[in-house]
Design a protein around this ligand. Structure first.
Ligand SMILES: NC(=O)c1ccc[n+]([C@@H]2O[C@H](COP(=O)([O-])OP(=O)(O)OC[C@H]3O[C@@H](n4cnc5c(N)ncnc54)[C@H](O)[C@@H]3O)[C@@H](O)[C@H]2O)c1
Length: 455
């Protein structure tokens, strides 16, 4: 099998490299010349654990090549996958299909008889059919089959997700597309991965339904965390009790500052637009989007309250700016709302992120970027854990306390135990757990009283 992968971003590069690992011959194309040059020089432009090894191995084996030249790349391929970005359209939240249709038009003139066009990008219902019409118009000489093959990988564990997926979803109409995709994914038969063949529309919608359901789970546990705080319950234990029910499952039940990232925010909003066009109200997803937006702003209030009610003139250390650990992706990360809001309230922000500082620096002006967590805490009035990178899980608490002006730690990812933090002498607040304080602290720490009242 020989395929072309258009777009070498998080999805295109991982999928291309993993298909090569399956034994398929892959040519990966991007119109970003710099990216292709880096890749050819063996440099991976994104941070994704394990990706460098797979790319290197498959380049050496001659199964993976990179080019900017679509024309030569499409010669003799069985399928061309489109994995370009489909971000939120500014202003209305529809999926922006500009890159997708631009790529499709380029592809159209180079298509050969029998090449199947596959959308890997997340696209609204009806997009594959629109592509089909476009190819019919531009290439009346060919019968082009379009297939939908949405991708479910998670950044940070993308390789494992791609190589051992829970399922593969394929939307097809014609027999040729079905056969080609069946052959490409054949190695997954060995591990008995369900390959779900369905219609174009169903495949397209499964992707949005999946992300919206997961976003709903996250939002649900976040609201439960708020309730726990009010009634004196512990959301960590609640999540365990809830998630141990196999009908529910433990995944995506981690309370935090609200979901972000390159997919959930844009896909939930795009699903709402799809539903509006179909005149079908999706009240649950509407609430999820609204609650999540409000939550990020609430986190700012929570931080300020933990600092004593005002951020003016304070220095706040922020640990983590990416939307989750093990990625350098900062798209729609809660940090993009929380950090500027703290600055607007008069705080200076010092930040450290193991992989996200380069992307962070472009999006978060005015932040002092530090070499590690300890440098970020130097002279700060409080420290906020925004992303649960492993390096933040075992901080030297004595050293942290000595560096901070006040020992205030706001843990928006619940990576520490309240009792441990109180014993270590911190004024500690987290999400959905009772605030514990030593008697000693209660007597001498007015900041903590403000915090307790606020929560
Ligand atoms: N990032 C994820 O975790 C994830 C997971 C599942 C699905 N998706 C979906 O996959 C799609 C891609 O997402 P991503 O995060 O990989 O995006 P990305 O922005 O990281 O990568 C897109 C790439 O496409 C390239 N590109 C754009 N137009 C092109 C053209 N005409 N020819 C060649 N290259 C072109 C860009 O230069 C870029 O390198 C989106 O629809 C997204 O919703 C993403």
């Amino acid at each position: 099998m020989r395929i072309a992968m258009v777009g070498t971003g998080y999805v295109g590069l991982v999928s291309g490299a993993c298909f090569a690992e399956f034994g398929v011959e892959v040519v990966a194309i991007d119109n970003d010349r710099g990216k292709i040059e880096s890749l050819r020089a063996g440099k991976i432009p994104i941070y994704e654990p394990g990706l460098d090894e797979i790319v290197e191995r498959n380049i050496s084996a001659g199964r993976l090549t990179f080019t900017t030249d679509l024309g030569s790349a499409l010669h003799g391929v069985d399928a061309v996958f489109i994995a370009v970005g489909t971000p939120s359209r500014r202003g209305d939240g529809h999926a922006d299909l500009t890159y997708l249709f631009a790529a499709a038009e380029e592809i159209a003139s180079k298509l050969e008889h029998g090449t199947v066009v596959v959308t890997k990008s997340t696209v609204p219902v009806g997009t594959c059919r629109r592509l089909q019409q476009l190819f019919t118009k531009l290439r009346p000489d060919l019968k082009v089959e379009v297939a939908s093959n949405p991708e479910f990988l998670r950044e940070g564990s993308a390789i494992e997700d791609f190589i051992r997926p829970d399922r593969v979803v394929v939307g097809v109409e014609g027999e040729r597309a079905r056969q080609v995709l069946d052959r490409i994914y054949r190695p997954l038969n060995l591990i008995q991965t369900p390959i779900l063949f369905t219609t174009l529309e169903t495949a397209e919608l499964i992707k949005y339904a999946t992300n919206s359901f997961l976003a709903t789970k996250v939002t649900f546990i976040n609201e439960m965390a708020d309730l726990c705080e009010r009634v004196g319950a512990d959301v960590q234990v609640l999540a365990k009790g809830l998630g141990s029910d196999r009908r529910i499952g433990t995944k995506f039940l981690h309370p935090g500052p609200g979901f972000g990232g390159s997919c959930f925010p844009k896909d939930t909003t795009a699903l709402l637009r799809i539903a509006e066009e179909a005149s079908v109200p999706l009240r649950i997803v509407e609430s999820v989007v609204a609650v999540n937006e409000g939550r990020k702003r609430n986190m700012v209030r929570r931080i300020i309250q933990a600092c004593g009610g005002s951020a003016r003139g304070l220095t706040i250390a922020v640990l983590g700016v990416t939307f989750k650990p093990n990625t350098d992706d900062i798209r729609d990360s809660p940090s993009l709302v929380i950090v500027p809001a703290l600055q607007a309230e008069g705080a200076d922000v010092r930040a450290f992120d193991p992989e996200g500082m380069e992307t962070g620096a472009a999006e978060l002006p005015g932040v002092t970027w530090c070499e590690d967590a300890y440098q970020a805490m130097e002279g700060a009035d409080a420290v906020v854990v925004l992303t649960e990178w492993n390096v933040f899980r075992a901080l030297d608490l004595e050293r942290a306390k000595a560096l901070l002006r006040r020992p205030i730690l706001i843990d928006l990812r619940n990576i520490y135990e309240p009792a441990e933090m109180v014993n270590a002498g911190f004024s500690y607040s987290s999400i959905g757990r009772p605030i514990l304080q030593s008697d000693h602290q209660r007597q001498r720490d007015p900041v903590a009283d403000v915090e307790r009242e606020a929560v």
